[in-house]
Write a protein that binds this ligand. Structure first.
Ligand code: FES
Length: 157
């Protein structure tokens, strides 16, 4: 049987070989966490801001994911794309735009991109201002008993 692998899938596969900006940011200014009602996956994004030409811009972005490969690849791409963006510019980016050079996200995978978009928006909305000890990692949260986990669920797509 001949399998046809789309450019998007091939680009995701390559991105997973060297994901960028993965992991907790201990000095972040904001963090956003969302869960997908479609698949139950979760993604958290940390943002660090700086000032450039009198404007507040994103200096760095990192992520942690309990998600599929598409979500990880899009988050990897998005955290690179976000560098230097103002809050307004970042807020205007759709899931498709956040996927950058990965190409257009197929319809079946759009909720994976929306998980990244949702975590970004939550962080841009203030999410939670964290210090290293104040906000547990996704891994910490998964270990906590049910009821203590605070996750924002995206509206169903
Ligand atoms: Fe859940 Fe992709 S299948 S984020």
């Amino acid at each position: 049987m001949n399998l046809v692998v789309s450019d998007f899938e091939e680009n995701v596969r390559k991105a997973l070989g060297q994901p960028q900006n993965q992991g907790e940011m201990t000095d972040a200014d904001s963090v956003g966490t969302v869960g997908s009602p479609d698949c139950g996956d979760m993604l958290r994004m940390w943002l660090k801001f700086t000032e450039k030409d009198g404007k507040k811009v994103i200096d760095r972005a990192t992520f942690q994911s309990f998600g599929c490969q598409t979500a990880i690849a899009v988050a990897s791409m998005a955290t690179e794309l976000l560098k230097g963006k103002t809050i307004e510019q970042a807020r205007a980016l759709s899931a498709q735009e956040l996927s950058g050079d990965l190409g257009a996200i197929p319809p079946m995978k759009i909720h994976c991109g929306q998980l990244v978009e949702g975590a970004l928006r939550h962080a841009l909305d203030g999410g939670a201002v964290e210090t290293k000890s104040a906000v547990p990692t996704l891994s910490d949260e998964m270990k906590q008993p049910a009821g203590k986990v605070k996750i924002n669920f995206l509206p169903p797509s």
